[in-house]
Design a protein around this ligand. Structure first.
Ligand code: MLT
Ligand code: MN
Length: 300
């Protein structure tokens, strides 16, 4: 199985268009230790010919342009992209679907709930239903992707997309069909893609124990980092993201799980692990974690 990181940053990307914070300024100035990153997405393939996207970020057009294995190879119109799997309904997960209009066949796989979100918004009808098959993936049941790969979606703690919040109280953290993990397998090896997760539960820990490769939510270093930096009023918890550090954090949660390769993805522009020379990056590396970057290639 092959995987290519199309984008490694959280919603907004790095640098974010309206951020004048020091790390974003460094990225904009092409500082080599503050590498720019587009919004989170992964491409996977079992045969190197047919590729499946895990999430369709708003940067998808640019990501395809930068990734030769996703370029058309046959005839006047074609694409190696055979399917798109969604792990949620956030803007940074679904907006790239609009880039995939142009009457190109592929299969769109998501939970019933997330298909419901797309069905309720007519702009997604640009993916004509006679061309783009919409396949409901029940939780906990592996389904064939093609080219020897299967994908299983299973629930992780999360919340409804920001634009579906009703504006009153914080939405509850739920374990259901709105935020899911994707487990992609070729029958021998399994890769987990979990760009959003609000907490490490015992069930999730058991699921990930001994895994070959896990891409995991690296949104924030600490829960209140956006508040401390004056960037906004929200904690990570309020946004449905567990933090990398701290006693309930991801480094601690994975410490005894014996995962072969652990890679943070979906880093917010406030997260100091984005900077190659930060002390926080060194702490993550010492705990066995890598930090994804655009164009990162992995063969499992
Ligand atoms: C998130 O991961 O929390 C969302 O992408 C936030 C957003 O939609 O801006
Ligand atoms: Mn996001």
């Amino acid at each position: 199985m092959q995987a290519v990181v199309l984008g490694a940053a959280a919603g907004g990307g790095f640098p974010q268009w309206n951020s004048n914070a020091a790390p974003c300024r460094r990225a904009r100035a092409h500082d080599p230790v503050a590498q720019s990153r587009t919004q989170a997405s992964l491409a996977v393939s079992g045969d190197g010919e047919r590729w499946f996207l895990l999430n369709a970020s708003p940067d998808l057009r640019q990501q395809i342009g930068q990734t030769p294995c996703l370029h058309p190879r046959e005839g006047l119109r074609s694409s190696p992209i055979a399917g798109v799997v969604l792990t949620g309904g956030d803007v940074d997960v679904i907006a790239g679907l609009l880039t995939l209009r142009e009457r190109q066949p592929f299969t769109l796989l998501a939970t019933d709930r997330i298909h419901g979100v797309l069905d309720a918004n007519p702009i997604f009808e640009v993916l004509a239903r006679d061309i783009v098959a919409r396949q409901i993936v029940p939780l906990g049941q592996p389904v064939a992707l093609g080219a020897g790969l299967t994908v299983e979606l299973f629930a992780v703690p999360g919340k409804v997309p920001l634009y579906l919040e009703d504006g009153s109280d914080a939405p509850p953290i739920e374990v259901g069909e709105t935020t899911v993990a994707a487990a992609v397998s070729d029958g021998h090896r399994t890769l987990f893609f979990i760009p959003g997760c609000a907490a490490m539960t015992p069930a999730l820990a058991e699921r990930l124990r001994g895994a070959d490769l896990v891409f995991f939510d690296g949104t924030l270093w600490q829960d209140d980092e956006m508040i401390l930096a004056g960037l906004g009023p929200k904690t990570g918890r309020r946004m449905g993201h567990m933090s990398v550090s701290g006693p309930d954090g991801t480094i601690e949660g994975f410490r005894d799980l014996d995962v072969g390769r652990k890679i943070f993805i979906h880093m917010n522009n406030s997260n100091p692990i984005l900077l190659d020379d930060s002390p926080e990056r060194a702490i993550a590396a010492a705990a066995g974690w890598e930090v994804a970057h655009d164009g990162m290639e992995i063969t499992l």
